[in-house]
Ligand binder design. Structure first.
Ligand code: NAD
Length: 459
């Protein structure tokens, strides 16, 4: 099929390149001309495992081209993958979606299937349909479908080829058939997996949920809000473990074996970040409010999340006492591993507070330093985790990169001023580090002192 994908970000570029890999002819558009030029010259605008090769291969083969939005509207099928960031009041900013819709309406003629892949509030599809018709000047005959995206940055390519499900919101059987045709190779496993190659053993039936447009939009917001709720839930339980005595790792394991709950997203930490969960949760609350529904449950999820950095900062200041003049090593800046995305990254918020307190920050991240530098120019960016540890009064491990699992602790011990590790992701072994001479502060394990204090107060 000939397909246009508008928006060449994490979602759009992945979608465009992977659709081309499936054999479609794809035009990927963006309003950012510098980004388009970068892509045309064979460079990637961001880091995403495996994507680079897929983009290059399909660009070279002529199946993937980079065009302007005006050029993209000539295609019969148009995916909208532009950003939907939060407005001041938490609602989704749909101005990019609207701008694309007006370009399509003004320039396209004949039949178009416009598929919203950007995450949008319920009823956006209906608004899109209405505005495409209102602005149409060339006898446009348009159908709108919703095909929300569930890929995770860091495993976006793998998620594209092996999705847990494909959701299609449509108003007509014809639109449903077209979207299904696009994904047919995935549904029938008729492709060579670019991640695992011929040995790929992930062939399983991919459920396809065909529904109305509103329901498809709701599925996306509800999914992200549910996952965010799971994270805030386990973080609250972690706090009680610390206060009353308990080990959150064991508690989470015990909870997760219940098949109704599952183990995923039961890792405590400094809260969820990134470009999706915080904004989608807010947008879900705002849209529910507009329809008179009380979503205070999710407002609480947001509040719990907002406190995570505060609570971790309290642990840091309790141990370090005065921040001014102290050097703190930071391992990890991205909001999660395997991405260079620092949008709403808790690590950046933590660093801002440490800098405000007068600490000197030496940071290392395998991929995210260029993007972090734009927001935090006053940080010293290091070549590796060891350089970040030099003369540090503490090391903060803030993103769980695989690379940090093979740290040479003896070497670190020789570099730091004080062997103190704050593990915001519970990624290291407390036993190993304490026996190696480090003081270890993680999340969700009671310190003996605290437990005794609590027991004393009950008595
Ligand atoms: P992004 O910021 O990486 O990319 C958005 C792109 O759209 C940018 O390159 C921008 O220049 C372009 N753009 C903005 N306005 C435009 C316009 N009018 N015309 C053409 N291009 C325009 O965003 P993203 O992370 O790819 O997210 C895109 C959408 O997908 C959002 O709604 C997001 O919530 C959703 N989503 C994101 C993820 C994720 O993990 N990033 C996962 C699922 C869904």
């Amino acid at each position: 099929m000939d397909i246009a994908v508008i928006g060449a970000g994490y979602v759009g570029l992945t979608t465009a390149a992977c659709l081309a890999e499936l054999g479609h002819k794809v035009a990927c558009a963006d309003s950012d001309m510098a980004k388009l030029q970068l892509l045309r010259n064979g460079h990637m605008p961001f880091f995403e495992p495996y994507l680079d090769g897929i983009v290059r291969r399909n660009h070279a083969a002529g199946r993937l081209e980079f065009v302007t939005t005006e050029e993209a509207v000539g295609y019969r099928v148009i995916f909208i993958c532009v950003g939907t960031p939060p407005l001041e009041n938490g609602e989704a900013d749909l101005s990019s979606v609207d701008s694309v819709a007006r370009t399509v309406a003004r320039r396209a003629d004949g039949y178009r299937l416009v598929i919203e892949k950007s995450t949008v509030p319920v009823q956006t599809g209906h608004q899109l349909q209405k505005h495409l018709e209102l602005y149409s000047t060339n006898h446009l005959q348009c159908e709108v479908a919703s095909n929300p995206e569930f890929l995770r940055e860091g495993s976006a390519v793998e998620d594209f080829f092996h999705p847990d499900r494909i959701v299609v919101g449509v108003d007509s059987a014809m639109a449903a058939a077209q979207v299904q045709e696009i994904y047919e190779p995935i549904l029938k496993h008729a492709f060579e997996c670019p991640v695992h190659g011929l040995t790929c053993d992930r062939r399983r039936t991919v459920p396809i949920i065909v529904t109305d447009v509103n329901s498809a939009e709701l599925i996306k917001h509800a999914s992200n809000s549910f996952l965010a709720m799971k994270i805030s839930f386990i973080n609250l339980v972690a706090d009680l473990c610390e206060a009353a005595g308990g080990d959150i790792a064991k508690v989470a394991e015990g909870i997760g074996w219940d098949r109704r709950i599952g183990h995923a997203f039961l890792r405590p930490g400094i809260g969820f970040g990134g470009s999706c969960f915080p904004k989608d949760l807010q947008a879900f609350v705002r849209v529910a409010g507009k329809f008179g529904c009380d979503f205070s449950l999710f407002e609480e999820v947001e509040r719990v999340n907002a406190r995570r950095v505060d609570l971790f900062m309290q642990k840091i200041t309790k141990e370090l006492w005065v921040l001014r003049g102290k050097t703190v090593g930071v391992w990890g800046l991205a909001y999660k591993p395997d991405t260079d995305d620092v949008r709403c990254a808790p690590a950046l918020e933590m660093i801002r507070r440490l800098l405000a307190g007068g600490a000197r920050i030496q940071a290392y991240d395998p991929q995210a330093m260029d993007k972090a530098r734009v927001q935090l120019p006053d940080v010293t960016y290091c070549r590796d985790p060891y350089e970040a540890a030099e003369s540090a009064s503490a090391i903060l491990a803030l993103t769980e990169w695989e690379e940090f699992h093979s740290i040479n602790w003896e070497r670190v011990r020789g570099l730091v001023q004080r062997p103190l590790i704050f593990d915001a992701r519970n990624m290291f072994s407390r036993e190993k580090l304490t026996s190696g001479g480090f003081q270890y502060v993680g999340i969700g394990v009671a310190s003996d002192v605290k437990v005794l204090e609590a027991v004393g107060s009950i008595a």
